[in-house]
Each structure stands twice: as structure tokens, then as C-alpha cells.
Design a protein around this ligand. Structure first.
Ligand code: SAM
Length: 216
């Protein structure tokens, strides 16, 4: 299988055709080798129009979802971005092309270890990662210009809003344990937030102090 051809087709038919316009997002999706971020036995399915299992009962998101969420962050290249839910590391690798610095948090050590090996192999030196509950953010590196949560949350974690600059945006799926809606939440000067609704989506659970409990 020619992965370069499959990746180009993925970008044309799943991402550009569905309305993603940000040139930098499109370039990043054309560049990052998604097949390295899935389980080896699934490499041939990496450019399909769907999410895939990555072990530990977790998933790598559908390519379109990754592109859309990246576009919603409105990055220009100078930003410090926080991601909650490293998973395979694919979304962080895309963000590494779009922002100055990426901080990413994963709660499952085995996934974090695998993602770290890939970041090293691909020389993605502007990604910092830690194993922790991301619902409380990464206080020592705050404030962030943008924050992305790639697991489904019951509500917007207040710690994440506290760690966002005024004018910055947080992209997050919010809903119940099965179905969510993607939101872009902008922090306003008066301390309130403006919520913009995007598409319905289905993510695995955000588990943590300001998320779901593990056995819920
Ligand atoms: N962004 C990932 C990628 O590109 O592969 C996909 C993320 S997967 C849909 C959701 C991830 O969020 C899982 O790996 C899960 O373990 C992680 N997660 C869930 N709750 C978390 C939390 N409180 N802190 C950090 N990671 C969390």
C-alpha cells in the first residue's frame, strides 16, 4: 500500500471535500504519517474515514474530526497549546505543525509511552507530554493560547478555563457518555465565555476530577 497516495486521497475526499479550508491544517494532515500512529496490524486502515482502536479501550479519532478540531483552534503558529488526551499522539503531531509549542496530557501510561516514542522518532521536539489527569490542566505551563480536549466531557472543566488566556479558545466535546456536541468556547474579558456549537460527535470518556469517574 502506498501511504502517501492514501493520505492525499484522505485529505481530498474526507477533509477538503467536507469544508476544511485552513491551508496550514490541510498541509499538516498531508504531512503527518497517520499510519505510524495506529496499531501495526491496522496500518492499511489508517487513512479510512473512521476512528480506530489504539489499545487500552481507547481510539484515534476520525481524520475529519482531527482536522475540524484543529481548524476550530484558529492557530497561526505562535501559540502555546494544551491537549488533553494524547492517545496515539496523532492530534498532538498535527498541532506540532500548527503551533509554537504543544503540551499534551494522557492518563494511561502505556499509551503515553508509545506516543512519546513516536514523537522522538519523528523529531517532534516542540511537544511536551506528561501522564496525569488532564482535567486539572497543566498549571506550571499555563497560560495557554488554546486548549483542545479529545475525550468526551460532562461539562467544561473550570481549571482549563482558568488556564486559558483571555481571547483564547477551548475546543471540547461536551455531552453524555455516548454522544456529545463539539464546542468552541472563547474566554471573554469580563470572565464569561462565549460558546459556539459545532457538529455532533462520539468520543471516549474524559475520566478525571472534572470529568467522568472511571466506573460511571
Ligand atoms: N487525541 C488522541 C489521538 O490523536 O490519538 C485521541 C484521543 S482518545 C479519543 C481519548 C484519550 O483521552 C484516551 O487516550 C484517554 O485515555 C484520554 N483521557 C481520558 N481522560 C483523560 C484525562 N482526564 N486526562 C488525560 N487523558 C485522558
Amino acid at each position: 500500500m502506498n501511504f502517501d497516495i492514501a493520505r492525499k486521497k484522505m485529505v481530498e475526499t474526507q477533509i477538503v471535500a467536507r469544508g476544511v479550508k485552513d491551508r496550514r491544517v490541510i498541509e499538516a494532515m498531508l504531512k503527518v504519517p497517520r499510519h505510524l500512529f495506529v496499531q501495526e496490524a491496522m496500518a492499511a486502515q489508517a487513512y479510512g474515514d473512521n476512528s480506530l482502536p489504539i489499545g487500552e479501550k481507547q481510539t484515534i479519532s476520525q481524520p475529519y474530526t482531527v482536522a475540524l478540531m484543529s481548524e476550530m483552534l484558529q492557530l497561526t503558529g505562535s501559540e502555546s497549546v494544551l491537549e488533553i488526551g494524547t492517545g496515539s499522539g496523532y492530534q498532538a503531531a498535527i498541532l506540532a505543525s500548527l503551533a509554537r509549542r504543544v503540551y499534551t496530557i494522557e492518563r494511561i501510561p502505556a499509551l503515553a509511552a508509545k506516543a512519546r516514542r513516536l514523537f522522538d522518532a519523528l523529531a517532534l521536539t516542540n511537544i511536551s507530554m506528561k501522564i496525569d489527569d488532564g482535567t486539572v490542566g497543566w498549571a506550571s505551563e499555563a497560560l495557554f493560547d488554546a486548549i483542545i480536549v479529545t475525550a468526551g466531557a460532562p461539562d467544561i472543566p473550570s481549571a482549563l478555563l482558568d488556564q486559558l488566556v483571555v481571547g483564547g479558545c477551548l475546543v471540547i466535546p461536551v455531552g453524555d457518555k455516548q454522544d456529545q456536541v463539539l464546542y468552541r468556547v472563547r474566554k471573554l474579558e469580563d470572565g464569561t465565555v462565549a460558546r459556539e456549537k459545532s457538529i455532533p460527535c462520539r468520543f471516549v470518556k474524559l475520566i478525571g476530577r472534572e470529568g467522568w469517574s472511571e466506573d460511571q
